[in-house]
Write a protein that binds this ligand. Structure first.
Ligand code: PHE
Length: 338
């Protein structure tokens, strides 16, 4: 029986067959168990002999079974490893990393600078009314900006906003009659321009507005100087040049020293050493009053800048269209992982 059992065990290679073998040779109906059951019918001399023999056989079979079982399990594990092998020498697929668009990056940087100075951020509608876009900003009916040639009109009263300045009025109307206003408004604006290296029919502006008692031109200059230094570097100079906007009085255009030529003149600043980055001024009393702030008590300053211009300056991009074409070569150049 022992030899037969051991011979039967040898070729077994799976767990089910092993189990069946165990039932057959070590189970309740196996010869070994049968024999030990009949021990009672043996004589006192026969019992230890047969008992010892049965025990030996049982132990031998048990040991053989355990050994074989371990072998089979090892084999099965090996087979599984072999089947699940992966080829780690195969080169991986490179994932393209996303990057923040250089224009968005500049807008976020500008927002951060003004948030740091205590400004809030607001957004307004791109479809505006003639009233907010022109009328309440003191822009007269015969102003060239109102021309069909310059503005995208949707109806007689509705248009695509030509600047973010209507949000000056909307913000003051929300805060009137006396809450201090300190807000910037990023957003898209539209003008009927032929697209070329420096013009786009759709571009971005960031409007700024501060209204409170006792706001002066020096506040405007201080805030914009602080802004220019945060964006262009701590030694950046700014210069205010008298200008005109119907909704500010006095008005000034703000220039920064050209960073591309270090101030000594180049193609970007047209050899003047300075480059204009924004329009600004003290909010016109008519605009304040119209929006619900008593101009005898309140004053304010406003500014409007073009982030495209600033991005082009900062990164030396010489064609505004590059900012809208989404060419991966440009997008990856100023890489920042999202
Ligand atoms: N809205 C003006 C423009 O688009 C810029 C500006 C904003 C000027 C605020 C003065 C004050 O050119």
């Amino acid at each position: 029986v022992k030899e037969e059992a051991l011979r039967a065990l040898e070729p077994l290679t799976d767990v089910r067959a092993l189990d069946e073998w165990r039932v057959q040779y070590l189970g309740k109906k196996s010869p070994v168990t049968q024999i030990s059951r009949q021990m009672g019918s043996l004589t006192a001399e026969q019992r230890p002999v047969v008992g010892g023999w049965v025990n030996d056989v049982r132990a031998a079979l048990q040991a053989a079974f355990e050994a074989r079982k371990q072998e089979v399990e090892a084999l099965l594990l090996q087979a599984r490893f072999a089947a699940e092998t992966i080829d780690i020498s195969l080169p991986g697929r490179r994932r393209k990393r996303g990057a923040v668009h250089p224009l968005m990056k500049v807008i976020e940087e500008i927002e951060d600078v003004f948030l740091g100075m205590g400004f809030q951020i607001a957004e307004g509608p791109e479809v505006e009314t003639d009233t907010y876009n022109f009328e309440m900003l003191n822009i007269p009916k015969d102003h060239p900006a109102r021309d069909m040639q310059d503005t995208f009109y949707l109806t007689e009263e509705l248009l695509l906003r030509t600047h973010t300045s209507p949000m000056q009025v909307r913000t003051m109307e929300r805060m009137r009659p006396n809450a201090p206003v300190k807000v910037i408004v990023p957003g898209r604006v539209y003008r009927r321009d032929e697209d070329d290296a420096t013009h786009s029919h759709a571009f971005t502006q960031i409007e700024g507005l501060v209204v409170d008692e006792g706001i002066r031109l020096s506040d405007l200059k201080g805030v914009l100087l602080e802004f220019a230094r945060a964006i262009f570097g701590p030694d950046q100079e700014v210069r205010l040049r008298p200008s005109f906007f119907p909704f500010t009085e006095p008005s000034a255009e703000v220039d920064v020293r050209c960073i591309n030529c270090g101030g000594s003149g180049c193609r970007i600043c047209k050899d003047t050493g300075w480059i204009e980055i924004l329009g600004s001024g003290m909010v016109h009393p008519r605009v304040l009053d119209g929006a619900g702030y008593d101009s005898k008590r309140f004053s304010g300053f406003a500014f409007g800048m073009g982030p495209e211009r600033i991005a082009m300056l900062k990164y030396g991009i010489d064609d505004i269209r590059l900012l809208y074409q989404n060419d991966l070569r440009l997008l990856c150049q100023f890489n920042r992982v999202m």
